[in-house]
Design a protein around this ligand. Sequence first.
Ligand code: PDD
Length: 287
Amino acid sequence: MPRVAYVNGRYLRHADAAIHIEDRGYQFADGVYEVCEVARGYIMDMTRHLDRLDRSLRELEIAWPMARPALTAVMREVIRRNRVVNGMVYLQVTRGVAPRDHVFPAPGVKPALVITAKRTDPAAAAKKAETGLKVITVPENRWDRVDIKSVGLLPNVLARQKAKAAGAQEAWFIDPDGTVKEGAATNAWIVTKDGRLVTRPADHGILRGITRATVIDVAAKLGLKVEERGFTVEEAKQAREAFLTAATTVVMPVVEIDGATVANGHPGSVALSLRQSFFDVAEKIKA
Ligand code: PDD
């Protein structure tokens, strides 16, 4: 069964799907995106993802490419056509196609919309969660509007590649004051010795992760305390647990930071119980 992508009003074979060379996303990274998890046939936390899309679009003064109900219908259709039960749906909105010019195009130019979906293997993810991930740290070198989920991800790409070259799976951006910002494509968390969850406040310094928000809800359900404050790399290395959150990984334990083992080097029980309860607590909309 060939994969299908939605591109500006048409469902196309994924292999043939293309956008114009003067799409502003291609030329200027002038666009935003969202990634939603699809789990057991449900789109997870779609309301929060589309609320964040709305905010990203507003911050960049890009119009919605179509009304929200129509957009959700296309998301569902792409999921259906690709027969995704477990996986993810990706959507990208750019300012549209126009002759290259830094200033915004004339008002008549329509935003461009691409939606894709792909399957992932929940068993492989579960296996990863059983062993945990390694992270490295890199100096923060991104612009200060990383709260906007823009497709301008070059520092994130370079950081993730550096992690891979070092035998790790994620890179944490570190502020000059030594505190952890977030990963290249995940939010960062630790568990203190007395069992409190700590994650950086979702101000302009990080992306306001949807999984992060839902994990705060999960923690409340499990009776766990959450502290939204900065933490240093040193504190993370000494922590009882560390973990990551993102729509692509849900909750993923971290067992090594810059070569230093976290606790006993095995995934912690708090991260694993958050991972286990996530599906029940998150919003689920039938795909
Ligand atoms: N990344 N921080 C950054 C920089 C991210 O790119 C992401 C998500 C997150 C976690 O956000 P959420 O919980 O809403 O997925 C945090 C997506 C998954 C990606 O780029 O593939």
